[in-house]
Design a protein around this ligand. Structure first.
Ligand code: ADP
Ligand code: MG
Length: 242
């Protein structure tokens, strides 16, 4: 079953056509890694998947709900889509625990007590239970990103979107964040991950999508894309990054 279905999606900023015609389906439990050069439209595509950007035309359907239909309550649908950004975007004036409990309590998904219990369990899962009462400024980049992942998971999302979750990290912290994402993959979370970590994509992705210049140029299993790319642009990109 398609958790996420994108049909003929186009996005322009003024006269700049950034997404030209994107068709994409992600099935339940599937892990899709999006790769491609800077400026190819990867972040814009992710942002269109949860309506952080208004699409120019085309359709995005999540769990049979048409996000692009103005009649549907975007905020309700968005609650089921977790997003993790390159720069963590934690609330600096809240503790780690408060960062995680804020949305579930605000949106009445849980009582404060339930939200706290769940947050502590999630912190335990990402190895940061002892940091619950810290201020985010006291954490390393890798720890901040693990909190950001826990925060997204606190809403019980159906899908998780990651936009270069390790790009802002010092090299020694990349592994701890990728391990958390790997664990989610093993647990069957449906995920779309923009990444420059080719080794990670090879290991964790069910499908790898290569984007260039606003198009999906090529897609396939990691073996196909990394082992035997067909398109010249894919080959060229991989030659530069591998
Ligand atoms: P990627 O994530 O693959 O590096 P982006 O989706 O960030 O690519 O950007 C794709 C193109 O869209 C780039 O040319 C970028 O400059 C442009 N772009 C992205 N966001 C905006 C915006 N808010 N306004 C205008 N142009 C944008
Ligand atoms: Mg980007």
């Amino acid at each position: 079953m398609a958790k996420l279905k994108v049909t003929n999606l186009k996005k322009s900023y003024g006269s700049l056509e950034v997404l030209k015609s994107i068709d994409l389906q992600v099935t339940e439990g599937e892990v899709v890694c999006l790769i491609g050069p800077s400026g190819s439209g990867k972040s814009t595509l992710l942002r269109c998947l949860n309506m952080l950007e208004e699409v120019t035309s085309g359709e995005v359907v999540v769990n049979d709900f048409k996000l692009t239909d103005k009649k549907n309550d975007i905020n309700k649908i968005r609650e089921n889509i977790g997003m993790v950004f390159q720069h963590f975007n934690l609330f600096p004036h809240l503790t780690v625990l408060e960062n995680i409990t804020l949305a579930p309590v605000d949106l009445k998904k849980a009582t404060p007590q339930q939200a706290k219990e769940k947050a502590l369990a999630l912190l335990d899962r990402v190895g940061l239970k002892e940091k619950a009462n810290e201020n985010p400024a006291k954490l390393s980049g890798g720890q901040k990103q693990r909190v950001a992942i826990a925060r997204a998971l606190a809403m019980n999302p159906d899908i998780m979107l990651f936009d270069e979750p390790t790009s802002a990290l010092d090299p020694e912290m990349v592994g701890e964040v990728l391990n958390v994402i790997k664990q989610l993959a093993q647990e069957g979370m449906t995920m779309v991950i923009v990444t420059h970590e080719m080794g990670f994509a090879r290991e964790v992705a069910d499908r790898v999508i290569f984007m260039d210049n606003g198009y999906i140029v090529e897609e396939g299993t990691p073996q196909e894309i990394f082992g035997n790319p067909q398109n010249e642009r894919t080959k060229d990109f991989l030659n530069k990054v591998l």
